[in-house]
Design a protein around this ligand. Structure first.
Ligand SMILES: Cc1cc2nc3c(=O)[nH]c(=O)nc-3n(C[C@H](O)[C@H](O)[C@H](O)COP(=O)(O)O)c2cc1C
Length: 324
């Protein structure tokens, strides 16, 4: 009887896993096949020391990769049972997936899986068209399905109050030369398997912008091509802020991004107010919610774009040695 996942099943699912988003496209994950289980590990060597001293970003990215793994395995007819941080002695082991009873994928799983290769960060200005109420509701439902919450900021005053928090967090980060050097190091002007390509950057920041886009060296904008004046901003939060909560938040983030992609929406992420502890606390208080904000999203209808590169799947796989 088949009691575990095979290398072939892992390879198929890994192609989906590595499409997950990560801070500066660092791809800080490893996937291991052990005793028939697929394991997701944080790759410490790819953490950003200045931008992500606590490892929050690594765990959120690994959570997003874990969600893609779950969906890809389910669509292949071999859904997983998941244990988060199964071994206290190995803190970098974030999740272990073992086969559950085989079953047919649901239509929802199939739509989410089809969205995996189409999703990308859209940092360009969005069209002014509002996001309809039923789509907003689906986004909130996606967060809840993964034990998280999504707070959509409605109205000019909520968005401009958030903009102030985000801009001051951005200024705090930009004052640190190590942070600036790190961002520069992950910017790619030539084709590369990781990092943020210059073509994926939004336009250069300008003083009138409500939200502080991260400086990935974008182009000057054409006159009149400002960002939408009243963006739809969503704050994704989790119940707590342990390592497990951050992996849970990563899964919720990815479900939400895939639901948005499936609905034809563009999304960009904005995490400066999460990375600066005082800004994160201000954001939490301004929302009046229990729990911890884990990511901020700008959501809207945008111009088409394309996915960024990833490293070869073989670079992230750790397979059992073949005995001879
Ligand atoms: C934890 C985390 C934080 C991120 N923060 C930002 C951010 O502040 N600004 C931004 O433009 N993108 C941010 N991103 C998006 C990444 O830059 C993006 O996922 C990566 O470059 C890969 O590109 P893709 O999303 O198009 O696949 C973040 C992603 C994650 C997972």
């Amino acid at each position: 009887m088949d009691i575990g996942y095979t290398e072939a099943q892992l390879r198929v699912a890994a192609v989906a896993a590595v499409r997950a988003p990560s801070l500066h496209n660092t791809q800080p994950w490893r996937l291991r096949l052990r005793d028939g289980g697929i394991e997701v590990l944080a790759d410490r060597s790819r953490r950003l020391p200045a931008t992500d001293p606590s490892g929050w970003g690594v765990r959120v990215a690994c959570g997003a990769a874990l969600f893609n793994l779950r969906i890809a395995l389910a669509v292949a007819g071999t859904p997983a049972r998941v244990r988060l941080r199964p071994d206290p002695a190995e803190p970098d082991l974030l999740a272990r997936l073992v086969p559950d009873l085989p079953r047919r994928p649901t239509p929802a799983e199939q739509s989410l899986c089809a969205a995996i290769p189409r999703r990308f960060s859209n940092r360009l200005p969005f069209w002014p068209d509002p996001v309809p109420a039923d789509v907003r509701w689906r986004l909130g439902e996606a967060a809840q399905a993964e034990q998280c919450w999504l707070e959509l900021l409605i109205g000019v005053s909520a968005v401009s109050a958030f903009g102030e928090i985000a801009r001051s967090a951005h200024r705090v980060l930009e004052r640190d030369p190590a942070y600036r050097a790190e961002t520069e190091r992950w910017l790619r002007r030539e084709p590369a398997p990781d990092g943020v390509p210059a073509w994926a950057a939004g336009p250069q920041r300008e003083p009138q912008d409500v939200l502080p886009a991260r400086g990935f060296g974008g182009r000057d904008r054409a006159p009149g091509r400002d960002f939408e004046p009243e963006p739809l901003v969503g704050v994704l939060g989790s119940a707590g802020n342990t390592a497990v909560d951050q992996v849970i938040a990563g899964q919720a983030l990815q479900r939400l991004l895939l639901v948005a992609t499936d609905a034809g929406l563009g999304v960009s992420m904005l995490s400066q107010p999460i990375e600066v502890p005082t800004a994160r606390e201000q954001l939490r208080l301004s929302l009046g919610r229990f729990g911890t904000p884990q990511m901020v999203l700008r959501i809207g209808y945008g111009q088409p774009g394309r996915p960024t590169a990833r490293r070869d799947v073989d670079e992230v796989l750790d397979l059992p040695a073949v005995s001879t």
